[in-house]
Design a protein around this ligand. Structure first.
Ligand code: GLY
Ligand code: MN
Ligand code: MN
Length: 354
């Protein structure tokens, strides 16, 4: 079954005549339309894409499988559309519809029974289609190329902010449409901040520097972290680095269809805990990556019962963060295969001393 067929089967089971989809990644995934505003209506037989004047021509090109409808005011047009289709029960995305929109759906379409639907589309998005995987792989290649290109810029005297700026230019020059998220450059003691935003701190000899960044290509994201040593490396820095690397490799080796996100997370977590740093690894091992930088399908975490399936793409990114000392994180993206996983990221992982 195609993923859209799965969603229609769920609609039928819930006795829904239509599903109204307003969140951007879900809208894009369903139709191919990349505009910033628009509403999709899924019915058992067709897909409709409602857009305003700015996007009507773009929608026709990007979403050829959908019937495009132009609106001046969304709610009256949506009401007309649903009424003409004879819709009596319609689903809405309960995780994305804000209270005001929910009120308008209820108040302006009172004859329709509105039913909150959660994560149907997000779950279907978990297994990437071949063209999605190709776009993700290109986003990963751009990030890998950018890491190689930025290495000479990591040296004593440059600030974290200037390094992030150089990296952003590099990613854009290499073809990134935009940054996958705000670049993280955390050096020295600031490496203890898992999401340390760049500051004016000057990078010094003896610092570990964590770079976490990604590119967007055709709407799809990449996500890579590397930690490098500047000038020289202490025994403790090397010990922590080797521990995180061993946990990362074990985590990757554990990724396989049929496993849950919790089981994969546990493999890397137990290794770090056995070395005495369990408390210093306070986030999940990984997350799905696709049209969004952080996707639930699959999340690799102690709380995740999501089952891995071939075609799912996720990060594997253990870290150890020690306040007052610094930190190490190493992050690759992988795609789940029939027998395990394939690592998409190709940047070197041995401790680089720059
Ligand atoms: N910086 C986002 C992440 O690695 O998940
Ligand atoms: Mn990252
Ligand atoms: Mn990540």
């Amino acid at each position: 079954m195609t993923a859209l067929t799965d969603i229609r089967a769920q609609m039928q089971a819930a006795d829904l005549d239509a599903l109204v989809v307003s969140s951007k990644p879900n809208r894009t995934w369903l139709t191919g339309f990349h505009g910033s505003a628009g509403t999709v209506v899924i019915t058992p037989a067709a897909l409709y894409l409602l857009v305003d004047f700015r996007y009507i021509e773009q929608a026709k090109v990007q979403a050829p499988a959908a019937h495009t409808v132009m609106y001046k005011n969304l709610y009256p047009t949506l009401r007309e559309q649903l009424t003409s289709l004879g819709v009596k029960r319609a689903g809405f995305e309960s995780s994305h519809v804000v209270h005001k929109m929910w009120q308008r759906l209820q108040n302006e379409m009172p004859d329709i029974t509105w039913v909150g639907v959660d994560t149907w589309i997000e779950a279907a998005r978990g297994c990437k289609r071949p063209e999605e995987l190709a776009a993700l792989e290109k986003a990963v290649v751009i990030a890998d190329q950018a890491f190689a290109a930025i290495l000479p810029a990591i040296k004593p005297g440059i600030t974290e902010s200037d390094l992030a700026l150089e990296l952003e230019f590099t990613l854009r020059r290499l073809g990134a449409e935009r940054m996958a998220f705000d670049i993280i450059t955390a050096s020295g003691v600031r490496g203890a901040l898992p999401h340390g935003a760049p500051t004016d701190k000057v990078i010094e000899r003896g610092d570990l520097v964590t770079l976490d960044f990604g590119a967007v290509w055709q709407g799809y994201h990449s996500d890579i972290t590397r930690t490098v040593a500047v000038g020289n490396v202490s025994d403790k820095q090397r010990e922590i680095y080797e521990l995180v690397l061993a946990a990362q490799l074990a985590g990757i080796a554990a990724v396989a269809p049929g496993k849950t996100g919790r089981e994969v997370d546990a493999v890397a977590r137990e290794m770090i805990a056995a070395a005495g740093y369990g408390e210093r690894f306070g986030h999940g091992l990984g997350h799905g990556v696709g049209l969004e930088i952080h996707e639930e399908y699959p999340r690799l975490a102690a709380t995740s019962e999501v089952e891995l399936k071939p075609g799912m793409v996720c990060s594997v990114e253990p870290g150890v963060y020690i306040p007052g000392w610094g930190g190490v994180r190493i992050e690759d993206m992988v795609v789940v295969t029939e027998s395990g996983c394939r690592v998409l990221t190709t940047s070197p992982k041995e401790l680089l001393i720059v």
